[in-house]
Design a binder for this molecule. Structure first.
Ligand SMILES: [Fe+2]
Length: 316
């Protein structure tokens, strides 16, 4: 008999008070135990009880994934339009929903199977960002600054979209492309052994291997049928510095795409302000100062706008 496959879902992404069309499971050791059969209502107090018991994920059967995805799509659309949900609460919901798909894409490199949902969550984030200047701060206040590839991908996406918008990009399609490029920029690290990514110090050949990850990110996007040059150049050039000292190609500024110039700033800032295995995070003003001291790495106008954008957060 074929073994049943289960996939994790984030508890907050369930619609409270609604009886779902699928059963929910809890993982115990290697086994999946039925937690709630379909047609039974899942409430906010159920969610709290699970959290208090240290349960972060529920699971559904693989065969129910489509029903679950449909629920998420339907829910996210009503959230953004709803007059009953306040502005901050909308950010929380959008962030939680985005995380479901961001996690899947960043940890598996499989964009194809979730394309519609990833698209919808980034588009919703764009719509939210364009609603008010406060939107950006609301989303950032939710992000985790600990070492975590999913949070890093999401943040780089959010910073990149906000910076692009400040630079005059107001077209929703371009902002979506920048968001997707930011989310997937490091997905190529999946092709590099984990031990190598966590190793310190590294030999010169190991450094070169790790520096190939933007090329691997590009390859993964192409495998997923992404053929948009803007998105691909963004991931490929997120470590290319304006003075030619970056990698993998050491391109000079005039040969780096606009998305690449945006992504290097977003990526660098999030890396500096995030706890890493071998480094303690910097405060927002310290990270901005350091970037200013190394301003030859970045496009001058883009860096200036980013500092203005983030200075607002620093005083909050
Ligand atoms: Fe990277």
């Amino acid at each position: 008999m074929e073994k049943t496959q289960y996939i994790p879902i984030i508890i907050e992404s369930l619609i409270f008070g609604k009886n779902s069309d699928y059963s929910l499971y809890i993982k115990s050791g290697e086994n999946y135990i039925l937690y709630r059969s379909k047609a039974l209502i899942f409430s906010q107090s159920d969610a709290l009880r699970l959290k208090n018991n240290g349960v972060d994920n529920l699971y559904i059967k693989m065969e129910d994934k489509e029903k679950y995805d449909d629920d998420v799509l339907e829910h996210i659309e009503t959230i953004i339009k709803s007059n009953d949900i306040n502005f901050e609460e909308k950010a929380v919901k959008i962030y939680i929903y985005s995380k479901v798909y961001a996690e899947y894409v960043v940890t598996t490199g499989n964009l194809k199977d979730n394309q519609e949902n990833v698209k919808k969550t980034i588009e919703t984030t764009v719509e939210y960002l364009l609603m008010s200047e406060l939107a950006f701060m609301n989303l950032l206040n939710l992000s985790s600054y600990d070492y975590n590839e999913v949070g890093h991908g999401m943040n780089v996406g959010i910073y990149s979209m906000a910076l692009a918008n400040r630079l005059g990009f107001s077209n929703k399609i371009s902002l979506y492309e920048i968001g997707l490029s930011g989310l997937t920029h490091d997905v190529g690290k999946l092709k590099i052994p984990k031990e190598l990514l966590l190793k310190n110090p590294l030999s010169q050949s190991e450094v070169y291997e790790i520096q190939k990850h933007p090329i691997y990110s590009k390859e993964i996007l192409i495998t997923n049928d992404v053929d948009n040059d803007n998105i691909i150049n963004g991931v490929l050039e997120h470590h290319e510095a304006s003075n030619g000292s970056g990698y993998p190609f050491g391109k000079m500024e005039e040969n780096i795409s606009t998305y690449g110039k945006i992504l290097i700033i977003a990526n660098r800032f999030d890396s500096l302000t995030r706890n890493r295995p071998y480094r303690i995070k910097l405060s927002v003003p310290d990270a901005l100062n350091l970037m200013e001291q190394n301003s030859e790495l970045y496009n001058a106008a883009f860096l200036k706008e980013f500092i203005l954008l983030m200075s607002k957060k620093a005083v909050l």
